[in-house]
Each structure stands twice: as C-alpha cells, then as structure tokens.
Design a protein. Sequence first.
Lengths: 213, 213
Amino acid sequence: MSELKLEISISLDGFVAGPNQSEEHPLGEGGMRLHEWVFGLDAWRESHGKGAGEVNPSNEVVEERLVNIGANLMGRNMFGGGPGPWGDDPWNGWWGEEPPFHTPTFVVTHHEREPLVMQGGTTFFFVSDGIESALSQAKEAAGGQDVRLGGGADVAQQYLAAGLIDELQLNVVPVLLGDGARLLENVGTDLRLEPVKVVAMPDVTHVRYRVGK
Amino acid sequence: MSELKLEISISLDGFVAGPNQSEEHPLGEGGMRLHEWVFGLDAWRESHGKGAGEVNPSNEVVEERLVNIGANLMGRNMFGGGPGPWGDDPWNGWWGEEPPFHTPTFVVTHHEREPLVMQGGTTFFFVSDGIESALSQAKEAAGGQDVRLGGGADVAQQYLAAGLIDELQLNVVPVLLGDGARLLENVGTDLRLEPVKVVAMPDVTHVRYRVGK
C-alpha cells in the first residue's frame, strides 16, 4: 500500500529551520547547517547534476529515500515565493528549471494555481482544499508507490497531528539553532513511534521511525 | 583528567520531564515514560537491589555510565523536597536509605545544609555557592575519576551553557510529551557536539556526544 514518508533534517534541539526565515535565509539563520552533511554525498550530487561525491552510510540513506517514491508533497513554505498569491513575477520554486523531485509534486497552499511543468519529470500541482486532499491526489499520482513529504515544519506538523504519516526519518544534526521552526510541536502526544533503523555518522545521526496512531 | 558527564533520558520532542511536576509526579505528567526502558535491565536492577534482569545493548550503556565515576552531581530539583529550605520534616532525597549513587554526591542548591550520610557510600553535600564551586568540589572528591551529572533540566542547562560538560549522553525515547522541561534551551548555540557512539534499541536510541565550546 502506498505510504507517506517524511524525511527531514533537524537540529539536536529540535528545529528544522532557524529563526527569521526570509528570501535571503530561506531556511532561517543557521538553517543551512542542517543540510551540510548532504552536499558532499554522491547520491545528492548526482541527483542535482553536480557529478560524483562521497559514498558512505549517509549516502545510502539518501539513496534509499528516493526508492519507490512515486510522488512528492510539500507545503507552501517549502515551495517558497514572495507575499501575495504568487507575486507579479510568478515563482517557480527554489530549484531552477530542473527540480530534484522527478515526479508529480503536490504543493499544499491556500492559493489556486495551474499546474507547473518543469524539466526532468517534475510537475508542481497546487492543492488548495486541504492536506487530506493533497495526500490523496499524491497517492493516486504515485500509482502504488510511496509519497515523500518534504517540509516545511507547518505542513509536516499537520500531517503528523492527523496521524497520516507512516514513516518518519530524522536526520539529527549535532548543532543547536536555539530558535526557529520546531518539527515536533502541535502534534499531540499520542503518536506511537518505533525506531526501526539507525545510521550513525560523525556529522549526522539518521533515525527512522515507524509511526502509528 | 576528571570529566563531567551528563547522561539523561529525553523524549523525541526534547523534554526531560513532563508538565506539572509535583510530589505525586516528580518527573511531571508522562515523565516516567522516559525511564521505562531502564527498569528491566540487569545493571539497573542489580544497582537498585532488585535482582537479575535483561542483558542487552542498553544494559551495556547503563553499565558504562557507572564506570570510573568518583562523584555525582545534581540540582535541587532532582534531589527533591518540599517548599521552603527543607520543610519541617527533613527531606533525604527520593531514593530511600541506600541511594544508588554510592559516591560523594553534590547537590546544587540555594540553601545551606549539613552533609547527609546515607547507606551504601552515598553522602549528599549541599553546595550553595554556585555550579562552578559544586563541580570543583565534586572533581576533588572524585579523586581523578569522572563526575556524573544527573539533572534536572535547570542545572543541566546551566552546566551546558557554561561549557563545563565534556560528554553528553542522550537516551532518546520515542515518545512525545508535548510539554514540560526541555534540556536543550537556554544553552546558547555555540556548543560543538560530536556524536561518538550510538546504540539503537526498539525502545530507546542512545547517542553519546563529546562536547566542546
């Protein structure tokens, strides 16, 4: 059965973005520190057209996250863009002409917009009638494969609180951000979480949880 | 050289105690869930006079935490006791006649009190002139061995913020408490943390960090 998987990098003090997110600092101040572990890895570099990179246990984690994924899902904050519906100059996401999703990708938003076809197999669909509708459309588009949920924190919290996430992989980065967007708040206290796989590296600890409610 | 080691159980959402701590719920509501992983283990049961228990990788973690420890250190909240200096009926800690510390044990407090000699090698010393004085006295009493810091969150934060902790072991329990006492806040953002050992179990993930500043 198609599952919803959330994989996200998080500081040891629980933040998935730093404070004061802005166009200059889309991940908030210090937020880029959560992702430094990935930039040198082979799987990340290859999928972003940057050539070969390091092959290590973290690289396997990055490879695994792309296996059997038939659609992607994200919130409006992760997709980005300026204030107002979409501004005068339409925003096409942070990722240039060929985003690294390579699947139908559903953006949960309050604003309707026509689908946006990018290069490399990514088409952005904008869903304005709620998280359950977005998930159901993503699962249908995934054709029996799984759906990968990116972020940001807000939409991830909504899916967690609704008990709709089947697998949560936290890439716990040993830094403190002190402030910003927390992942695990406003999600209630009754999620059942079972750690099923841990990969330990000097710069990140990957912990995969099965999630039930 | 004598080091200061903090080992503490923490919920996945970052709390080391639940909300509404009271005499009835000294660890706050739900806080006991952070410690359920330990109660069946051989090392814990033996050190608490409860006979044999399970031997597994978590048990090794519990055994290791007692190696080369020459003194213990804790805050006033962990030692416990009612309001006022010590109440009419002097409070001797949560642990009965033979506390499981078996070393000189220093309690950081605002209230002076004579040392309290318990059975089994634990003597509580009450230190009212600050965390650095308590650490220095504990290290001297440890005679070259290490000092183990328990909790609560408040005193642990003070030692972390001051850059005085050398090793931090988090026993990350896959539960959400939603509210309570956080460990990693008010500690600044410039601690350098390096994961050096990870032990993965279904009910807890132990991650040991070296800490620098």
